[in-house]
Design a protein around this ligand. Structure first.
Ligand code: SAM
Length: 290
């Protein structure tokens, strides 16, 4: 059964009385090469397993089932269960579970379903949960690789380097925990219903330890968030909220001097290493004041 064939999609869905839900981010793939490439490039093999988020009609699930020892797919929309029963009838190594990925304890499900096998996360993510879903997948620390399709703009933001206009607090968050790269673009015409924007598939390779060592992670991320919350301001003027009123402008300028940062620099220019250095210097200063 060609699960990306638009005629098959329409016939099967109408037979089950299924209607796409915009609020659940339901844009199904109509280009077979896309799930084939995701399954081929996500890293899974016959000795490892895949956790899929949002199987929809099962086109990616079906491809993953050919590559992996076992696949578990978490789907929120109960209306898709009878559809998936039909489309995945021949995939004996696939289990579909009902749930919201954002409310699922990913370490428990991985331990229960896959034991000590390596697990790769894969998804054509619903747009409305892109950021929290990627955060949940990374935070769980359960995955050997995370390969997901997201809006192209978001993909560029996640993989952006310091100084680019796409660089954001989320770039730094993801790149702190993983190597991030764009694998390939997917035009809007590859989906039904067709979204307004193009997509891209990204691959995140979680790191054994964070990409930069910091003394105080909470402070590091507070500084990063403050810098990008007011990205048009210079760094010295943007980051004071991160210190809860405990450091004044002169303190921040002296920290920046210690870190060899120009006093007119903006947050979007700093690399992860520079944020780590600044955060460590701020942590030392805060400790010396308390
Ligand atoms: N994998 C299919 C494909 O590529 O054609 C469908 C992808 S569609 C973009 C997103 C899927 O995620 C839908 O099946 C939707 O019902 C499901 N979904 C939406 N929110 C979810 C959530 N919070 N947890 C799990 N699945 C969700």
């Amino acid at each position: 059964m060609g699960l990306c064939d638009i005629h098959v999609i329409k016939e099967v869905l109408s037979r089950h009385g299924f209607h796409f839900s915009k609020s659940l981010g339901q844009n199904f793939l109509t280009a077979q090469w896309v799930p084939e490439r995701i399954a081929a490039e996500c890293g899974v093999d016959k000795n490892s397993c895949a956790l899929e988020v949002g199987p929809g009609m099962g086109c990616l699930t079906n491809e993953l089932s050919k590559q992996a020892e076992k696949v578990v797919a978490i789907e929120l929309d109960r209306a898709l269960f009878p559809v998936l029963e039909e489309t995945l009838a021949d995939c004996s190594n696939v289990e579909v579970v009902h749930g919201d990925v954002l409310k699922t304890d990913l370490s428990t499900i991985c331990n229960e379903k896959f034991g000590d096998k390596k697990v790769y996360a894969c998804a054509n993510l619903p747009y409305y949960i892109t950021t929290p879903a990627i955060s949940a997948l990374l935070d769980s620390k359960m995955f050997s690789g995370i390969t997901v399709m997201v809006q192209k703009e978001v993909a560029k933001r996640i993989c952006a380097k310091a100084g680019s206009s796409d660089y954001s607090a989320f770039s730094i968050y993801v790149q702190y925990y993983a190597d991030a790269k764009i694998l390939f673009d997917v035009p809007a015409g590859c989906f039904v219903p067709q979204p307004k924007v193009d997509s891209a598939v990204i691959r995140l390779n979680p790191l054994d330890k964070p990409s930069v060592a910091v003394k105080n992670e909470k402070l590091f991320f507070a500084i990063v968030r403050a810098a990008f919350n007011q990205r048009r301001k210079t760094l010295v003027n943007a980051i004071s909220p991160a210190f809860g009123g405990r450091l004044d402008k002169a303190d921040i300028l002296s920290l920046m001097k210690t870190c060899n940062l120009d006093e007119r620099i903006r947050g979007e220019k700093l690399t992860l290493e520079e944020y780590a250095k600044l955060s460590d210097a701020a942590d030392d200063l805060l400790k010396s004041k308390s």
